[in-house]
Design a protein around this ligand. Structure first.
Ligand SMILES: Nc1ncnc2c1ncn2[C@@H]1O[C@H](COP(=O)(O)OP(=O)(O)OP(=O)(O)O)[C@@H](O)[C@H]1O
Ligand SMILES: [Mg+2]
Length: 410
């Protein structure tokens, strides 16, 4: 039997770690260049006419009727004698359908009162890997495909959301190009300067990278040095997003897995909060601490004068395996404790979602052709159910406001 070689401990300086970091970063850039063309940007597939009809809420045959009548974009040929549309063409069809239905201008999402700003939804939990980014990305794309104008904000210095959208945080996002550039204390840029359009119609992105972390370091100093002279840390995200709040229907913020100043700022800006939770004992123990800390800190912020009221707060069960006894038990226990604050639909665990994530895509991007159809359909069904439920919440908030505008303004 060979004995393990004990090399002994050799002293390591941080210059070695810096060297490791440089080597790793160069290697990642090389690997990426092999996989993607050097300046390739992500592009989106075509959607089948069945998918388009579902997104538009009409039948397949009505779309065929429109095409025969020469109304709207001409469908493009796909393999197997099928037809499809780009997302841009689906949006054009949506506008056409609205015009036919008597709408005069661009279809404003039904129920949204004209004077209401965008709903800002923060997706948070300090448990790493609870599904925040997966939930944000799929919800953002779902809403965009349904005609909402969406801004997705990557608030995590790890920037997983940005890489999902094809932006490599180390190479494609420069200094000052994240939300940090717009919320920093010295020389902040206007929010418009950090918003990028994406390959997804109706969906813009504020990318993230490591510089976001600066906000966590700078805030304590700013608190000491600047006092009440300018927007306090908890109001900076809300104040920064304000100028574009009438340009979007929904702004989604993917929070980092910690309850620092960035997450607090996102919670203060939010009108809705989604807490993603994997129903397992360790995860809910960690969530319980998160909730205690969040409630305490938000109370402090409220006393400092911030409006921290929310239109909704929901727990989203993620990577859920209903056939797993302990998980089902934890899910039931959360439902009995929190009632309607747990979404009725859960994001089921699926290899389709995990595989899509590995290739830096969402399930909507991969499409049914790229996978085992049964697996894809089950995952899509659970995603659509979760996203549909959140969409209904958003619409319900606007419906309430439209019904009682005076009360809302008071
Ligand atoms: N429903 C699901 N089924 C299978 N895998 C999933 C599912 N949801 C998320 N995952 C996978 O779990 C991992 C963690 O998910 P995700 O990155 O969304 O979590 P997160 O909360 O954003 O993590 P972090 O705290 O690091 O930001 C990813 O690899 C993702 O692809
Ligand atoms: Mg994440």
């Amino acid at each position: 039997m060979t004995q393990p070689v004990n090399r002994g401990a050799s002293p390591v300086g941080y210059d070695t770690i810096a060297h490791d970091a440089e080597a790793l970063s160069a290697q990642i850039a090389r690997l990426r260049a092999q996989i993607f063309e050097p300046d390739a940007t992500k592009a989106l597939r075509l959607f089948t006419s069945t998918e388009a009809a579902k997104l538009l809420g009409v039948t397949d045959s009505y779309l065929r009727h429109l095409a025969r009548a020469g109304e709207g974009p001409e469908p493009q040929r796909l393999s197997g004698n099928r037809h499809g549309y780009s997302l841009e063409e689906i949006e054009a069809l949506r506008v056409l359908l609205a015009k036919k239905g008597g709408a005069k201008a661009r279809v404003i999402v039904p129920n949204r009162p004209a004077h209401e700003p965008a709903q800002i939804i923060a997706v948070a939990n300090f448990k790493g890997g609870s599904g925040k980014t997966t939930t944000t990305a799929h919800l953002a794309q779902h809403l965009a495909m349904r005609g909402f104008r969406v801004l997705a904000v990557d608030l995590d210095p790890q920037a997983s959301l940005s890489s999902l959208f094809g932006y490599q945080p180390e190479t494609d996002v420069s200094a000052g190009e994240t939300l940090y550039g717009a919320i920093r204390y010295d020389d902040p840029r206007p929010i418009e300067a950090v918003i990028r359009s994406t390959y997804f119609t109706n969906l813009d992105l504020v990318p993230g990278n490591l510089e976001l972390h600066e906000f966590e370091h700078e805030t304590p100093r700013a608190l000491l040095e600047r006092g009440a002279r300018e927007a306090p840390f908890y109001a900076r995200i809300a104040t920064t997003l304000h100028p574009v709040a009438d340009r979007y229907d929904v702004i989604l913020i993917d929070c980092p897995p910690q309850l620092g100043f960035l997450t607090l700022g996102a919670l203060c800006a939010a009108s809705g909060v989604l807490v993603t939770v994997h129903p397992q004992m360790l995860d809910i123990a960690s969530m319980s601490q998160f909730l205690v800390m969040m409630a305490d800190l938000m109370e402090v912020v409220r006393r400092a004068g911030a409006d921290v009221s929310l239109d909704f707060f929901r727990y989203v069960l993620t990577r859920f395996e209903p056939k797993d006894g302990p998980q089902a038990q934890v899910a039931g226990f959360l439902r009995s404790l929190f009632g309607e604050r747990v979404l009725v639909n859960a994001m089921l665990k699926s290899t389709a979602l995990a595989d899509a994530g590995l290739s830096k895509q969402t399930l909507y991007e991969v499409g049914r052709e790229g996978m085992n159809r049964g697996t894809y359909d089950r995952a899509l069904e659970s995603l659509d159910a979760v996203n549909g439920e959140i969409e209904a919440l958003i619409r319900a908030v606007w419906a309430q406001r439209a019904a009682a505008p005076a009360e809302a303004a008071a």
